[in-house]
Design a protein around this ligand. Structure first.
Ligand SMILES: Nc1ncnc2c1ncn2[C@@H]1O[C@H](COP(=O)(O)OP(=O)(O)O)[C@@H](O)[C@H]1O
Ligand SMILES: [Mg+2]
Length: 237
């Protein structure tokens, strides 16, 4: 599948005027100060910006982990502003896969069992063939029975990406997924994201400190002091 698919122009994320302010003593920190954003199926968007620019705050709002103080947010056509926590969880389920900087694999479960964990929460049946198919996508099919400690950091992050894919998520959100990886493994994660966007028509939002990695996305958004200060489209082949 590619960007020319009908339906690939459907916005999976629409954010308008998103704000999140924190109070610290008498100071108000404008962690996010009016962000507009649209992200479509078949698109990989990277969010760049110095430490403290609001990347994680934005990611937490887009993944419904936190609610904005102001603004509109739609995920897959549903408005999430003002939803109670249990309804936010429902919006996330089956739509959104999250990838953490520190992988967060359970050390006593095998690779395959870690990947299948979201299905337990969703009370969906586990299908080992499907698990192996997802592991094949991240080039780890031959590690299904291994424990996380037997893997390198790059491999652990690819397991975490497989876990984000197992429930057929349309949207993958990753906050500094390469922060704990070396250059080669970081590039491999971005190349994998790129392939998933092209082959599975996913939408992927990824934050990074690394300009070179960020440039591997279709669109690069730069934050500073809670605002978008630059947005550019890459012509990738
Ligand atoms: N829970 C919080 N309470 C108070 N201030 C916060 C909180 N979370 C983030 N901030 C502040 O908001 C700003 C943006 O933080 P963050 O979104 O984590 O930036 P980034 O991910 O780009 O480093 C920073 O000034 C940070 O200190
Ligand atoms: Mg951050």
């Amino acid at each position: 599948m590619n960007n020319k698919n009908p339906g690939s122009d459907k916005a999976i994320v629409v954010a308008r005027g998103l704000k999140k302010h924190y109070r610290r003593g008498i100071e108000t920190i404008k962690a996010l100060d009016g962000v507009d954003l649209e992200i479509h199926a078949g698109e990989m968007v990277s969010i760049l910006g110095p430490s403290g620019s609001g990347k994680t705050t934005l990611i937490n709002l887009l993944s419904c982990l936190d609610a904005p103080d102001a603004g509109e947010l739609q995920i897959d056509g549903r408005s999430v502003a003002g939803l109670a926590e249990e309804d936010l969880v429902k919006v996330r389920q089956g739509i959104l896969g999250y990838v953490f900087q520190k992988f967060h694999l359970l050390p006593t479960l095998t690779v395959a069992e870690n990947v299948e964990l979201p299905l337990m929460f969703l009370q969906r049946p586990v299908d080992r063939e499907k698990t192996l198919g997802v592991l094949r996508m991240v080039d780890l099919e031959n590690r299904a029975g291994h424990l996380p400690r037997e893997l390198s950091g790059g491999q652990m992050q690819r397991v975490a990406i497989a876990r984000a894919l197992i429930a057929d998520s349309k949207l993958i959100i990753a906050d500094e997924p390469t922060g704990n990886l070396d250059k080669g493994n970081g590039e491999a994660v971005f190349a994998l994201f790129r392939r998933l966007v092209l082959e599975k028509n996913l939408a992927i939002i990824v934050t990074t400190h690394n300009l070179a990695l960020g440039a591997l996305a279709d669109r690069v958004i730069t934050l500073e002091d809670g605002r978008i200060i630059d947005e550019r489209v890459n012509r990738l082949v």
